[in-house]
Design a protein around this ligand. Structure first.
Ligand SMILES: Cc1ncc(COP(=O)(O)O)c(C=O)c1O
Length: 399
């Protein structure tokens, strides 16, 4: 019944959705309406880092629900959850100069805001981004993507956008006095987990400083501890001009933000006033959940356990079909070399109670991005099923 309504009345994003009928979630597990349980190895695409129905988060949401929900367009009223969240976020960025947060509702929206901020601050309109990047699905964010497949049927998009190769130092010469900003994922997620080295990021920052170009780091997927540091840029000895965040930020609630120093951010409040506004940005429920999530990560020292969990995945995932396991903390891509093998593995795992996925720009690798709270026992369960899936032929898949 619900399934029929889903296909008839809910806007679809693909002809073949996973269409799992979710009843509830608990820790790293999701339960369907038949009572079957699934280990969530992708965290709803790097969102549910603290697991499902985390009692600290749901308690914070309930508490705020009893006080108030929406009151007025973002930026007008002083709302405790929003202000306290901004202060707590600033503390994670101490020493960087980044101390102001503009709250929105999603990653794409945060990218849009950062694009406007860069135009307003620099008076320039040209942007650079990287090949294989993903910054979101709205018009501006889509314009930053490089792959024609995703863009061709939605043109015209924004003018003045060029692309350089991620990690290629020679390409940094393309950044010049006309470039308002370069948008770059600190760790490329949808490209199938690609990293660049510290020397590259330092050269990038230097070039941005020389040309007056803003360095805008997209940590929508890599932030909030997933990389093994709270912010992924901490691995590289650099500091962005603008930092963009979302996904795990809300601990399961919708929220995003772009952050910068006060001088930069203040340009959005004048000439024109209300230079960027959002009705629901920084919604009190989302901010309450986000603040509780941030406190949970820090209090439970979740980040300290990331490296050992990654090592466990590496030690268990050994099989002749595995070409490589790329990892940047608990953001991992198991390279299998073909879409057929990846789909075979995804289907086998799903039918045996494990949720995995592929990547938007890399359909030859299996996505592994579990909640940071995943236990050793759960990692063993996941790896055992993945290895089994590589031994099976597609015709043996039952689902
Ligand atoms: C690196 C990155 N940037 C931006 C986005 C877009 O975020 P949202 O889907 O919340 O608009 C995503 C989503 O996957 C992402 O991974």
């Amino acid at each position: 019944m619900l399934r029929d309504y889903f296909f008839h009345h809910v806007g679809q994003t693909s002809p073949e959705p996973m269409a799992l009928e979710i009843s509830h979630g608990q820790g790293c597990w999701l339960y369907d309406t038949d009572g079957k349980k699934y280990l969530d190895l992708i965290s709803g695409i790097s969102v549910s880092s603290l697991g499902h129905s985390n009692p600290k988060i749901t308690a914070a949401i309930h508490k705020q629900t009893d006080l108030h929900l929406h009151t007025l367009v973002y930026g007008e009223h002083i709302q405790a959850p929003q202000v306290l969240l901004a202060k707590a976020l600033a503390e994670t960025l101490e020493g960087t100069g980044i101390d102001k947060f503009f709250f929105v509702n999603s990653g794409s929206e945060a990218i849009e805001g950062a694009m406007k901020l860069a135009k307003r601050y620099t008076g320039r309109f040209e942007f650079l981004a990287c090949t294989q990047s993903y910054h979101g699905s709205s018009h501006g964010a889509l314009s930053l993507g490089s792959d024609e497949y995703w863009k061709q049927n939605f043109r015209p998009l924004l003018p003045g956008i060029g692309h350089i190769h991620f990690g290629k130092t020679e390409d940094l010469e393309r950044i010049n006095q006309n470039t308002a900003a370069i948008f770059i994922e600190t760790i490329q997620g949808e490209a199938g987990v690609r990293t660049a080295d510290a020397a590259y990021f330092q050269a990038l920052q230097k070039r941005c400083n020389e040309t007056g170009t803003l360095l805008i780091l997209d940590e929508i997927q890599a932030g909030f501890g997933r990389s093994g540091k709270f912010w992924a840029f901490e691995h590289y000895g650099i500091v962005p001009d603008v930092l963009v965040m979302a996904k795990a930020m809300g601990a399961g609630m919708p929220i995003g933000a772009f952050a910068a120093n006060s001088k930069l951010m203040e340009t959005l409040s004048q000439n024109p006033v209300l230079g960027h506004i959002s009705t629901f940005g920084g919604h009190p429920l989302s901010c309450a959940a986000s603040l509780a999530g941030l406190e949970f990560i820090l209090k439970n020292k979740l980040i300290d356990s990331v490296d050992s969990k990654v090592n466990l995945f590496h030690s268990l995932l050994k099989h002749p079909e595995i070409i490589e396991l790329r990892s940047a903390g608990l953001l991992m891509a198991l390279e299998l070399g073909s879409f057929e093998k990846v789909m075979g593995s995804i289907r086998y795992c799903l039918s045996h109670g494990l949720i995995t996925d592929w990547f938007l720009h890399c359909n030859t690798a299996l996505r592994i991005a579990p909640p940071l709270t995943i236990s050793e026992e759960e990692i063993n369960f996941a790896c055992k099923l993945i290895l089994e899936s590589l031994d099976y032929q597609p015709e043996e898949i039952t689902n």
